[in-house]
Design a protein around this ligand. Sequence first.
Ligand SMILES: [Zn+2]
Length: 449
Amino acid sequence: MNRVAKRARYLSILIVVFSLCAIVFFYDYFTSASTWVVHPSNANIYHDGELTVAGNVYSSDKVKLLQSDNNGLTYADDFFTRLSTLHVVGDKDDNITTGVLTSKRDKLIGYDLLNGLFGAADSDHTIHLTINAELSALAYQALGEQNGAIGIYNYETGEVLCMVSKPSYDPYDPPSAADAVDGVYINRVMNGVFVPGSIMKLVTSYAAIENISDIYEQTFDCHQGVEIDGQWIECNGYHGTQTFEQALANSCNAAFARIAIQVGNDTLEEYAKKVGITSTYTIDGVRTSAGRFNVADADNVNLAWAGIGQYTTMVDPMQYMMFCGAIANGGVMKKPYYIEEGSFLSSINISDDGERIMEEDVANQLKELMRNNTISNYGEWNFPDLEVGAKSGTAEVEEGDPHSWFVGFSNAEQTPLAFVVIVENDGGVSSSINVASTVLQRAASIMDK
Ligand SMILES: [Zn+2]
């Protein structure tokens, strides 16, 4: 009797172990089958390590960015088009995870869980991107010798026209592991996180408008800086007495240090969250990186630094572009997309009405302030007919010269575009303004066609 009981126990254990294995297998099958199918050892879709049945990828200006056939992968003919669109198109080794070649590979080769690979070879799997090849190549070259990131999107529709990340490389001549430095595989627009510097003053301004009732009546003195609790916070100039509007146009650290302290730790943190700095977004299947904003334990000096964009704060360029787009769009933030809705991968953004992140009235006030920045400081002549509202930023970084930021929007009816430009280690703000001027004017002429 005892022996039977013992056997029964063994049998029960075996059944439990078997069931567990089965659960693990089916879970794996449903979650990872597409990963197994697209593995380079699958001879149905690879030949000598080259994908042979992936579809084609086209830019919005009808440039074939990628083709796959029995010769493997063929990229665009133009050198700068290949480099400037690589982080959107991707590479065969999946080093660039933001590329459609990785993020949409199972769909590109025609695989699905129900039908497997049947029909993969003879169906058409073309992806049409909203990305403009000519604009991308121009943007890449506009960065000159520097690394950086450039994004432009339509804040009314969500359509991304340009998403360029530098450094890049020629997919026909990929870097060796040792040469793959400076985050060459990272799409800096979606997955770069940078110190914001003075572009952060837009968030501080947003919080100030809603929480300091007399913000427009206050004046702020600047003696090339200000003393906060015995510590000197340096400013970029000697600004004298200024209004709130003038302080933003001057990007005055002395003024914004005191504004941040008036706003307070909890409120400033709440507004950083509200505009999305600490959030991630899934855009055409790729997650953007979350930035960081934490002033819970900051004293007045550190709160002041956070309010002017230093301290421990980090932001993601794509997210900041979305924030600027929301300001221009009456407070509603449209989610970007870069895969054309008509593509077989029909984007889920079709019914996206956007997310309201601020009241329309407040958005319009910020819009006015940013328009004033351009008129009084950055130069309307840099952006003819575009009605640009913007904010520049110089972000101190641990190594090398500061990064140069320029973010904003075009308020003209024909060109509802929000943009982000970051030129790394370039010191002054003029470089990012020049880059923005070049690419925005080209974007406008493309939309005019
Ligand atoms: Zn100042």
